[in-house]
Structure formats: C-alpha cells, structure tokens
Design a protein. Structure first.
Length: 356
C-alpha cells in the first residue's frame, strides 16, 4: 500500500472510530460530523461565514460550522489531530508558524493545504470636509492606547487630547475616533497592524516586547477608555455616517466601506501611503495583510462537501474581483495570483514546512 493510501486509510479509520459507541466520551470519539467545520481568525470569519451561507444554500447539505477563535486558537485546534473532533479548516490572518506546523506533524496532521484567499485593509477616515492627516504608525499608538510612556519611561494614562500633542506635524484637532468593538475582526486587525507595530516604534516598548511579550501585547492591544476612542458597534456603515455628522472625528473601518462611500469620506495616509486595492494587494499600505485558509487534506473525501466548499471559497463569484466576498471587505488577489491559488485548491497541493 502506498504512503498516500495509508494516510487516507488512517484518516478514515480515525473518523470511523468516532462512531464506535464503546468509546463514547473518549477524546475524538463523537460520531462523524455531517458538516464542515472551520475555525480561527476573526478577520476571516465573515468571509468564511459568507461562503458557508452560499455553500449550504446551493448544496443542500448540512450547514458548515464556522467559529471565531483567533488565528492562533484556530490553528491550535486544527493541529490537534485527524478526526471529527478537529476542524477541517483553520482560518488565518497570518501564515502558519513553523512551531504550529511541527505541532500538526506531531499529531498526525501531515497533509496541509495552504491557500491565500485575498487581502485585508483597515482605513482611518474622516469626512471629506475634514482636515487631512498623514499618520505615522507610532501616532496611532500614542493617540489611542490606554497607557503610554511618560516622563522617565514610566507608563501613564494617556494624557493626549489633541493629535498635535501626539505629533506636532498633525492638525490641532481633538482626538475622537469611532471604531469597531472588541468582538470585531476589524478591531483585531487594527490592533495587530497599527497599534502593535506603532508601539514597537517607541524604543522602551520595543524593549518590552522583547522582554515580556504578554505584557507588551496587553499594552498595545488596549485602547483608551476615556471616550476618545468610542466603540461603535459591528456596523461599519454606522461609523461612516457618524463621520459626516460629527465634524472633526475619525473612524476606523474596512476598506470596502471606504470604496462605497468615497463621496462623503476620505482615507488618511499611513507613513505616506494611501489605502487602495493596489497598495493593499502589494503590501505597501501598512494596515494590510494576506489572509489564508488551511485545509486538512486527510479530511477530504471523509467530511462531506469539504473539497466543494474550498472550491466555492476560491471561485470567481466569491474571491474574484467584484465577487461577493469583496462586498464583505475582502481585497481580491490579482487575477494571476487567484488563478495560482485556485490551482492549489483544486489539486490540494500540500504545503512545505514554514521556515520561521
């Protein structure tokens, strides 16, 4: 028997084990799943959910289960093994790490397919009639973090009330930013791409990041609570409308909502780069990143519809320019990259080990 057949047989055996009543309650012993299970990044969650909705409607099968656990949590669950107690897909807003790949291998998840689905862009916007800003990354942290370094480097409650106090090159305008709540993937992306890198531009916090990663992440991922950052719900359109009604305010939301409201709002530049489909796709816009799904090939042919779900995700109607995922905020891959990633999905090409 070839190695491929052995791997397939092992996957079937592990899934079949879940149906054995004698092992009820043992790890991995639940009955085989009828539906697809995807877990991971909160940023990818709305895209995966949208694909799941369309797939369920057109296939008539069981509705896929999509969970928002964060990228790390989703990959950890994915890498626990092969069988119905583990996800078929890990959604990720960054590439899989070498340590995660090694965990997968250790637990028998030996055939992993890495598929880039598109890009994500987060914008900082104002009403079209408002002042213009060219933010540095550190301005985002110094203006919006709950605690910042004070005299002598000690952390203090953020004292800044205007952007000019943060950076003399910025307008003398009050800090008032409407943004997504903690449950939002857009909030996660803003913290990971804007606040944390901005904090690392400050020498004392860069040293803290090296010495105490957990403490640094807490600081970098905690926005101020004095009403200068205002949680505004999950509806990005509501933030857009607020900017037009509240002169001098700024908003944080997904790039797609900027495109839909260019007549009323404008995006500010970050380190001199304006957000656009091109600057997000080529990575020159600082608040941009690639998004991925990781597919457990050993579950293909065992979890009903898994291969079809993946192809729906990468279809022109979903991931292509003008597709329904672009309406949810996904920045599509350039056509040649989409074709290449779709070929990986179709052939279920197994990824090589990450180098870091």
């Amino acid at each position: 028997m070839t190695r491929t057949l052995l791997a397939a047989a092992s996957a079937v055996a592990l899934l079949a084990l879940g149906a054995c009543g004698d092992n009820a309650g043992a790890p991995g012993s639940q009955a085989p799943r009828a539906g697809i299970w995807a877990a991971g990044s909160s940023t990818v969650f709305p895209f995966s959910t949208r694909v799941a909705e369309n797939f369920q409607r057109t296939s008539g099968g069981a509705a896929p289960r999509v969970e928002s656990l964060g990228t790390g949590g989703g990959i950890q669950a994915f890498c626990q093994g092969v069988g119905p107690s583990t996800p078929d897909i890990a959604n990720a807003s960054r590439p899989m790490k070498k340590s995660e790949f090694e965990l997968c291998q250790k637990n028998g998840v030996t055939d992993i397919v890495e598929i880039k689905i598109g890009f994500d862009g987060i914008v900082i916007a104002t009403a079209r009639s408002g002042n213009s800003f060219n933010f540095r990354l550190e301005d985002l942290y110094l203006g919006l973090a709950k605690e910042v370094p004070g005299a002598g480097g000690a952390l203090v409650a953020n004292p800044a009330t205007t952007w000019q106090q943060v950076n003399p090159a910025l307008p003398a305008q009050r800090i008032q930013v409407y943004g997504p709540p903690p449950t939002s993937g857009t909030r996660d992306a803003f913290l990971e791409l804007g606040m944390a890198p901005g904090a690392k531009e400050i020498p004392s916090l860069a040293a803290l990041a090296a010495a105490d990663k957990d403490r640094f992440e807490t600081l970098a991922h905690t926005v101020r609570e004095d009403q200068l950052w205002i949680d505004s719900g999950e509806n990005d359109n509501a933030i857009v409308q607020t900017l037009t009604r509240t002169p001098g305010s700024l908003g944080v939301f997904g790039f797609s909502f900027l495109e839909q409201n260019m007549d009323t709002v404008k995006a500010e530049t970050i380190d001199g780069v304006a957000p656009s489909a091109d600057t997000i796709a080529d990575g020159s816009y600082p608040l941009a990143r690639s998004l991925y799904i990781y597919v457990k090939k050993q579950h293909v042919g065992v979890t009903p519809g898994l291969e079809q779900f993946v192809m729906e995700f990468m279809s022109e109607a979903a991931a292509g320019r003008g597709g329904y995922l672009q309406d949810r905020g996904l920045v599509p891959l350039p056509e040649d990259q989409l074709v290449a990633q779709r070929a990986i999905a179709q052939a279920l090409t197994v990824m090589t080990a990450p180098t870091k």
